[in-house]
Every structure is written in structure tokens, then in C-alpha cells.
Design a protein around this ligand. Structure first.
Ligand code: DLZ
Length: 209
């Protein structure tokens, strides 16, 4: 065993300033209590460690993990259209999301301010958050595969970093531990890593040669 072995994400040695970034979190309502813990972790890291402005974090929800890729794609497109139109709010209160039944679970999206840097890119990164727990059928395997591929595809197709914040667990205990919600208190909230990852990747995306 290596003495200083760091299990999990080694923090970046470069300071990651997210004060000009706008981040979208899309989360599921399946396994809601654990998902909320993960969302809180992602927000905490972005705000407290990387100076992301709370009003620049937009949060939307979908039913289950299978819906995450579609919602992320749609919301990226909506926000890009609004940014190109010069709108001050990313989503507005127009029914651009008709048919998706997306509901904001945090501050209303219409409070999001214009990107201070004047970027045409509405969101700088997206975090998809969900918890899949294996049942007695093959359902879990199919959803895990589809969601993993789908989230990667949204990122590569849109050119935006899309963080894979989906726990794929064999039981509830595993999920609780990975959300830092286990009774023993030995777990780690992976949402923290996803928040930091989103900031790091958003800054990487905007890096010029
Ligand atoms: C149906 C289903 C099941 C059995 N389990 C989960 C789960 O553990 N986590 C999750 O996020 N969603 C689950 N779902 C719902 C699917 O993701 C999806 O919402 C439905 O199949 C409708 O497309």
C-alpha cells in the first residue's frame, strides 16, 4: 500500500477561477434524496472552491437518468439560441422547453445574468447528475450503457464539457457512500469532484493556443 496514495480525484495544482463561468446542472428526480446530496456537493465545490456565482448556476430536473442526455442537449441548444439573441437570461420564461416538462429546482432560471465576459456561449459546462441502482432485471445494464454513451455524445457533439455525474451502484449503500451520506461517515460526496471537474473543463474549453 502506498502511504500517500490519494484515492479519487487529485486536486488540480492550478487555481481554477470560475467567477466568469455559467454552469448548467441537470439532475434526476429518481433517487431524489441522494441526488440532492450530490447536487449540493457540486454547487458547494463550484461556489466555495472556484468562486462560481450562485446566480450563474442553473438547475433543471428530469424524471430519470435515461432522460439526462436529451435534456442536456435541448437545454444547451436553448441557451445558445438565447445567448445569440443577446438575451440577458439564459432560459427566459418562454415555453422553449415545451414537451420536456423540465422544472427548475433552484432559483428561477430567469434570474441568471448575462455572461460578464460577453461570451456567446451560454453555458460553459454541464453536469448531469443521477443515481442508478441495480434491480433484479437487466434494466440497470441497459440504462447505464445508454446514459453513459448519451452523455458523452452530447459533450462531443455540442463542444461543451458535459460531466458524467451518474452513480451506477449495485445497491443503495454504495450510492449513499458515494454521496457522503453513509451512516459511518466514511463516504465521499462525488458531487464535489463533479463541480470542480466542470470548472476545470470549462476553463480548458476556453483556453486559446
Ligand atoms: C425505470 C427506472 C428504474 C427501474 N431505475 C432507475 C434508477 O435507479 N435511476 C434512475 O435515474 N432512473 C431509473 N428509472 C427511470 C429511467 O431512467 C427512465 O426515467 C424511464 O425508463 C423512462 O424513460
Amino acid at each position: 500500500m502506498i502511504d500517500d496514495f490519494h484515492k479519487g480525484l487529485e486536486p488540480s495544482t492550478v487555481s481554477q477561477d470560475g467567477s466568469n463561468l455559467r454552469i448548467l446542472i441537470v439532475h434526476t428526480r429518481w433517487n431524489s434524496a441522494i441526488v440532492q446530496g450530490l447536487v449540493s456537493g457540486a454547487k458547494k465545490a463550484m461556489i466555495e472552491q472556484h468562486n462560481v456565482k450562485p446566480e450563474n448556476i442553473v438547475i433543471e430536473s428530469v424524471p430519470g437518468a435515461y432522460e439526462l442526455p436529451f435534456a442536456a442537449k435541448k437545454l444547451i441548444e436553448v441557451s445558445q439560441i438565447r445567448a445569440a439573441e443577446g438575451a440577458n437570461d439564459l432560459m427566459g420564461n418562454v415555453n422553449l422547453l415545451d414537451g420536456l416538462n423540465l422544472s427548475s429546482s433552484a432559483a428561477p432560471a430567469s434570474t441568471v445574468s448575462a455572461n460578464p465576459a460577453g461570451s456567446k456561449q451560454a453555458f460553459d459546462a454541464v453536469i448531469c447528475i443521477g443515481v442508478l441502482i441495480k434491480g433484479s432485471t437487466m434494466h440497470f445494464e441497459y440504462i447505464c450503457e445508454a446514459v453513459t454513451q448519451g452523455i458523452m455524445r452530447v459533450g462531443l457533439d455540442s463542444g461543451l464539457p458535459v460531466i458524467f455525474g451518474v452513480l451506477t451502484c449495485l445497491n443503495e449503500e454504495q450510492a449513499l457512500s458515494r454521496a457522503g451520506m453513509d451512516k459511518e461517515g466514511k463516504g465521499h460526496n462525488h458531487g464535489l469532484d463533479w463541480g470542480s471537474g466542470a470548472v476545470e473543463m470549462a476553463l480548458l474549453k476556453s483556453r486559446t493556443l
